[in-house]
Design a protein around this ligand. Structure first.
Ligand code: OGA
Ligand code: MN
Length: 286
């Protein structure tokens, strides 16, 4: 197994491992250590089906069930695709399933709207458009390190409220049902700075689900969140991945933000399958 760095601050391509086959413990522990250190690992030329993807993903921990509104809601997969799950035909772009996916184009951390936010996501490219549809990643460890000392002190112990109702309202306020907003996924609290338990590195934890700062006036909190996002996400902390069929990327949701980028869904097909590994505890008392 060999590593090739993808970006100066994060991300590495792992070569010489077939993740569709059973992996011995020693190899997996090297993969896991590389994940903790680099935050993002790319495996190319993999022949994955859903079953193999689940088996590899489960090496990182138990998987989450997907939020009900995703086209694959309630299963172990989040489906990022413009293809109808049954017919395989393109979905009209104004269909609620496509509007729901538009929120992926906002910088976010998967499942930060859950009490226990996810550890990592694994996204595999099954069908990719010939142009567009990159996924962009931003290193929130480098972003944290670059913050002014006064901001770091201000952030210490600060808690934010995250909700999927907030991120979806940014693309379409009527998208979620009352049941989804208040029963399935009510707002949760998250620390604004997370510390990796293995490396000790701190990362800024914000993103599109992050709506306000607990204990602050609503407007002031949201302005602070937006300011953090604007100053933290700089080109030098970002890596844009151009997908090839057979790629799988596993990324650390504790230390990176990511977003989808546009592609011509009326002309091209795209099918990406995501598995999401649950975290082990809330970041803060609810
Ligand atoms: C995801 C996601 C981005 C993309 O799967 O969590 O945000 O480019 N995907 O499909
Ligand atoms: Mn995502």
């Amino acid at each position: 197994m060999e590593l090739r760095k993808l970006h100066p601050t994060f991300g590495a391509e792992v070569q010489g491992v077939d993740i569709g086959r059973p992996i011995d413990n020693e190899t997996f522990s090297r993969i896991r250590n590389a994940f903790e250190e680099h935050g993002l690992l790319l495996f190319r030329d993999q022949e994955l089906d859903d079953e193999k993807q689940i088996a590899f993903s489960e090496r990182f921990g138990p998987l989450e069930k997907t939020f009900s509104q995703n086209p694959a809601g309630g299963t172990l997969f989040a489906r990022q695709s413009n293809l109808d799950i049954k017919s395989g035909e393109p979905i009209p772009l104004n269909d609620p399933r496509m509007i729901y996916q538009r929120a992926n184009m906002l910088w976010h951390s998967d499942s930060s709207f859950k009490v226990v936010p996810s550890l990592c996501s694994l996204l595999s490219a099954r069908v990719v458009p010939p142009e567009g549809g990159n996924t962009d990643f931003a290193d929130m460890r480098a972003a944290y390190d670059a913050l002014p000392q006064a901001t770091k002190e201000r952030l210490e112990g600060l808690v934010a409220e995250h909700s999927i109702a907030h991120s979806r309202a940014l693309v379409c306020p009527e998208l979620l049902t009352e049941q989804q907003k208040t029963v399935e996924a009510p707002p949760v609290r998250q620390l604004m700075v997370r510390t990796n338990p293995v490396t000790g590195r701190k990362a800024l934890f914000v993103g599109a689900h992050c709506a306000r700062v607990v204990g602050w006036p609503e407007e002031e909190g949201y302005a602070f969140v937006r300011h953090l996002m604007e100053t933290a996400i700089r080109p030098e902390f970002c890596y844009s991945h151009e997908w090839r069929v057979g790629d799988l990327i596993v990324w650390d949701n504790r230390s990176l933000l990511h977003k989808a980028t546009p592609y011509d869904g009326a002309r091209y097909k795209r099918l990406m399958q995501r598995t999401t590994v649950a975290g082990d505890a809330p970041t803060v008392m609810q």
